[in-house]
Design a protein around this ligand. Structure first.
Ligand code: NI
Ligand code: MN
Length: 226
């Protein structure tokens, strides 16, 4: 399983020969201007919630790359009205077997509205599990006791958590989350894109280290292998 960071919360997971993109916000992100969206060859676009900084490139990628959009029922319905046919609706608590592995759709504590004001359903996160690994993509979320459930029924290899604070968890809460989900290997996302979510990266890494945890902050286009 290969995990590549494309800026903000945009993460590409390659597994079982499929390419799964989470929360694409690439072309409006100055920091990601060197990423060629057209070359991503995406099979699935997973959307955690309706905010622009998580969906910006979803429609274009779905249409130009024949990718399937997976999200909550309300967001999927919105894309259906835009003429996208490859869609799969889910909702919180649900599990679905895809050709690349199993997805469980879990709670996030945040908000969700689409850019034109359409109700965006409830925000969520995704857990992807197959024989290559088990990864939690939290989406935008506060720290919440619900995360303890994830530690109870999954053995995670990696968690992708927001660390930018202000709109989501910050570094301190991400460390507590890492305890609750029982996963000490974390990729931090949702930081440094905009001024309100600026993070002292070295300090964040040190804080994780002091808690016997690993915080991985990838550069744009960088990847790790599980
Ligand atoms: Ni958001
Ligand atoms: Mn966001």
């Amino acid at each position: 399983m290969k995990i590549t960071f494309y800026g903000h919360s945009s993460i590409l997971i390659e597994t079982r020969g499929k390419r799964i993109l989470f929360d694409p916000f690439i072309t409006p992100n100055d920091k990601a201007k060197d990423v060629d969206v057209d070359s991503l060859n995406v099979d699935y676009v997973f959307i955690s919630h309706g905010h622009e900084d998580h969906i910006a490139d979803a429609e274009y990628i779905a249409k130009s790359q024949d990718a399937t959009i997976v999200s909550n029922f309300e967001i999927v319905t919105w894309y259906q009205q835009k003429g996208i046919q490859n869609l799969w609706p889910m909702n919180l608590g649900g599990t679905k077997e895809f050709d690349f592995g199993t997805i469980k759709y879990v709670n996030a504590v945040h908000s969700s509205v689409l850019p034109d004001g359409t109700y965006g359903g409830n925000p969520g996160g995704f857990i992807l599990k197959n024989e290559e690994g088990c990864v939690y993509f939290a989406g935008d979320t506060a720290l919440t006791m619900d995360m303890e459930l994830i530690g109870r029924y999954m053995t995670l290899d990696l968690a992708i958590l927001p660390i930018g604070d202000n709109f989501t968890m910050g570094v301190g809460d991400a460390i507590i989350c890492s305890d609750m989900i029982n996963c000490n290997k974390v990729i931090g996302v949702h930081f440094d894109t905009f001024p309100p979510i600026t993070v002292d990266q070295n300090k964040a890494i040190e804080e994780f280290k002091a808690a016997d945890k690993e915080l991985i902050l990838l550069g744009i286009g960088e990847n790790i292998e599980l």
